[in-house]
Design a protein around this ligand. Structure first.
Ligand SMILES: [Fe+2]
Length: 182
């Protein structure tokens, strides 16, 4: 039995507030991609799906004169840092196992190189899976952030994903156990 389900996260007002900002449809799509990739690469499906779901929770709105300013965003964005911290706080509040919360937070921190001066991070397989999952759902011009999903449909998708995670864990096939950096 998991301490926290994706539905617990989805229903929390903090997740609703920030995931709607960066796109709930994108968050759900990346969570599904992360689940499937985790299964394929034999890493923990629960952590991968949670990190996929929460990976963009740190986005800030870079508006100037009422319009999104891509230049401001590109120069100043730290959404993976903010997201890693915000997701960690949320998971701990919901009662997540601290080892798992840290692994989830680190996967969010390293899901992109966009905020770093160089792109030479060496990722764990779990962190790599979350990065690939995000890239799978990317659309040109950042359009993936604007795709809409109705609340009830989003909720049903999350319930289905939780069931898939539970089945995978029960079958004993999941990579299991948080992968901490050595
Ligand atoms: Fe993303």
């Amino acid at each position: 039995m998991r301490d926290v389900t994706i539905l617990d996260i989805f229903e929390h007002h903090i997740a609703q507030k920030y995931l709607k900002r960066s796109g709930m449809a994108h968050a759900i799509a990346v969570a599904y991609h992360a689940f499937h990739l985790a299964r394929e690469h034999k890493v923990d499906v629960d952590i991968a799906a949670k990190a996929g779901f929460l990976h963009d929770i740190g986005h800030f709105t870079w508006y100037r004169n009422g319009k999104w300013d891509y230049e401001l965003y590109r120069k100043n964005d730290i959404h993976p840092i903010k997201g890693a911290e915000r997701a960690h706080k949320l998971l701990i509040r919901l009662g997540e196992n601290p080892v798992q919360a840290k692994a989830t937070s680190l996967a969010i921190l390293f899901h992109t190189d966009s905020f770093l001066p160089s792109n030479d991070i060496i990722r764990t397989p779990l962190q790599q899976v979350v990065k690939w999952a995000d890239e799978k759902d990317e659309e040109e011009g950042g359009n993936h952030h604007y795709r809409k999903i109705e609340h009830e449909r989003a909720k049903q998708s999350i319930i289905r994903l939780d069931k898939m995670i539970d089945e995978e864990i029960m079958s004993g096939k999941s990579g299991g156990g948080a992968q901490l950096p050595s």
